[in-house]
Design a protein around this ligand. Sequence first.
Ligand code: ZN
Length: 191
Amino acid sequence: MAGPDSKTGQRKDPLRAALPLGTVGGIPVRVNWSTAVIFALIAFGLAAWDFPALDPHQSPLTYVLAGVLTTAVYLASLLAHELAHSLMARRYGVTVKGITLWLLGGISELGGEAPGPAAEARIAAAGPLTSLLLGGIFIGLAALAGTGHPARASIPGVIFTALAYLGYRQNCRCHTDRTASVTVSYCACRV
Ligand SMILES: [Zn+2]
């Protein structure tokens, strides 16, 4: 179902002013400038508050490095979410124009319609299922690293816990916007 023109225009905005990062599996990946804002906010919050609260016996540099690393892996998992949409779309013969990461998540831009409701449902489900799988892996790694026991708290364990938490907080809404000339599968993930 096509949304109102103003909304559709708004959803295409992040596709402008985006820098190319490279290609993954032949799919162009771009990053909008607003990604730097969310990167800085998450990394700062983790390094300044969350990590020191969870594991108080580390140096400030360790918290900063852990915050930056965690945020980078988090954005990589967001990219994996979008790649899952795009790769599933390509499997059904839908052209993938590219993926753009921005302030509120990612956008998989598809060049056509899914061949039927079943394909459309699978393309929409592929992203959230990938996030769920990654969240499960991070929770498992956190358990292995010993964050379940406060006395055994360690930076790796805290990182995995943070990633699982950030993944859990991803509130993704995916749907497809169609106009006469373009079909955009849109996925906004609140962080
Ligand atoms: Zn999605």
